[in-house]
Design a protein around this ligand. Structure first.
Ligand code: NDP
Ligand code: GDR
Length: 348
């Protein structure tokens, strides 16, 4: 079989890094789009750029931006990929309340720009398209657990932008017969997770508190519940969705749910610390064994509209794609904590 070519937008992000690694291991030529930044933004993929043995020449980066059609079109025309994975996004829900227009431009219009370029370049027969959709679409949940048929109720500019991207993907499939699908992925984390998402913020802070280089962890809504999986497991699903006979949309989730507070407690346990929570709402604090406050609620992290609870049902993916998550919640937390402890030690 001839070598396949994939194009990944958002290759410098958490999922982009895991997916690039996964596709290179499968023998693909992998092209990634990165945007121009004033400092290097390739820390997660530097080992791929340097060309590990057996992978030389199979990983190529292009400058481009989701808000710039011309760059996207030129790259598509040049690469003519078999598969496009659209992972690029302003992906922070809280930030989307501060930058709603930019979020819509990159997350909603960006998906349209790619689909439209695939169509008018005449790549529709060849190129398969994956859209990084999200459990945030369910927002104010209408059904528990959430599955492919659960109605959407987005609760942030991010989720509203992703709703457009979801439907434009469906529309190009129905209108033009493109092989285009949505992976509606629930939260997935890893040691490569951005430092401002709650899981990584917790594991990083607790590791530093353990070493005495940070005194306190400040969090927003500790009652929020999420269905947290491992990014390494979830990128396999992105690929599997593009290998089917016909394109369909799938929910990917673990089917287990924990609160932010439970995540904190579990991460502390891995570090041999025990945290006791007391008080309510903005007055809630978490104390260590000596009674010292190490976790505090800070209203600056509350969101104008919150998604309180998410729990996914991935039965369709399990039955049709034969998928099950390989990493348990405990293993995920442990891997993240151990990685952040190492990093905290390195940084003194
Ligand atoms: P990250 O925030 O880690 O990565 C986002 C990527 O998009 C980065 O490479 C970023 O570049 C790039 N990017 C952002 N804006 C632009 C732009 N205007 N032009 C080009 N590139 C841009 O996200 P994740 O890896 O966690 O998520 C991947 C995708 O999956 C996102 O679309 C996200 O919304 C979605 N998703 C994520 C879930 C999760 O739990 N992780 C769950 C469901 C969906 P840079 O590195 O320069 O910032
Ligand atoms: P989310 O992830 O909004 O689900 O979006 P995040 O980790 O930011 O928040 C999860 C929950 O934790 C609460 N929370 C805090 N969140 C952050 N970031 N910082 C805090 O200090 C804090 N305290 C409490 C939040 O209010 C929320 O309820 C992620 C992103 O990856 C999206 O791109 C993706 O689409 C969804 O997951 C699925």
């Amino acid at each position: 079989m001839s070598q396949k070519t994939a194009l990944i937008t958002g290759v410098t992000g958490q999922d982009g890094a895991y997916l690039a690694e996964f596709l290179l291991d499968k023998g693909y030529a992998v092209h990634g789009i990165k945007r121009r930044t004033s400092l290097f933004n390739t820390a997660r993929i530097d080992h791929l750029i340097e060309g590990e043995p057996g992978r030389e020449g199979r990983f190529v980066l292009h400058h481009g931006d989701m808000t710039d059609s011309s760059s996207l079109t030129h790259i598509l025309q040049k690469v003519k990929p078999d598969e496009v994975y659209n992972l690029a996004a302003q992906s922070h829900v809280a930030v989307s309340f501060e930058e709603p227009e930019y979020t819509a431009n990159s997350d909603a219009m960006g998906a349209l720009r790619l689909l439209e370029a695939i169509r008018f370049l005449g790549l529709g027969e060849k190129t398969r398209f994956y859209q990084a959709s999200t459990s945030e679409l369910y927002g104010l949940v209408q059904e528990v657990p959430q599955r492919e048929t659960t109605p959407f109720h987005p609760r942030s500019p991010y989720a509203v932008a992703k709703l457009y991207a979801y439907w434009i993907t469906v529309n190009y499939r129905e209108a033009y017969g493109l092989y285009a699908c949505n992976g509606t992925l629930f939260n997935h984390e890893s040691p490569l997770r951005g430092e401002t998402f709650v899981t990584r913020k917790i594991t990083r802070a607790l590791a530093r508190i353990k070493l005495g280089t940070q005194s306190e962890l400040r969090l927003g809504n500790m009652d929020a519940k999420r269905d947290w999986g491992h990014a390494r497991d979830y990128v396999k699903m992105m690929w599997l969705m593009l290998q089917q006979d016909k394109p369909e949309d799938y929910v990917i989730a673990t089917g287990e749910q924990y609160s932010v507070r439970e995540f904190v407690a579990r991460a502390a346990e891995v570090l041999g610390m025990s945290i006791t929570f007391e008080g309510e709402g903005v007055d809630e604090v978490g104390r260590d064994e000596s009674g010292r406050v190490i976790v505090r609620v800070d209203p600056q992290y509350f969101r104008p509209a919150e998604v309180e609870t998410l729990l996914g049902d991935a039965s369709k993916a399990r039955q049709e794609l034969g998928w099950t998550p390989e990493t348990s919640f405990d293993e995920l937390v442990r891997e993240m904590v151990e990685s952040d402890l190492e990093e905290a030690k390195r940084n003194g």
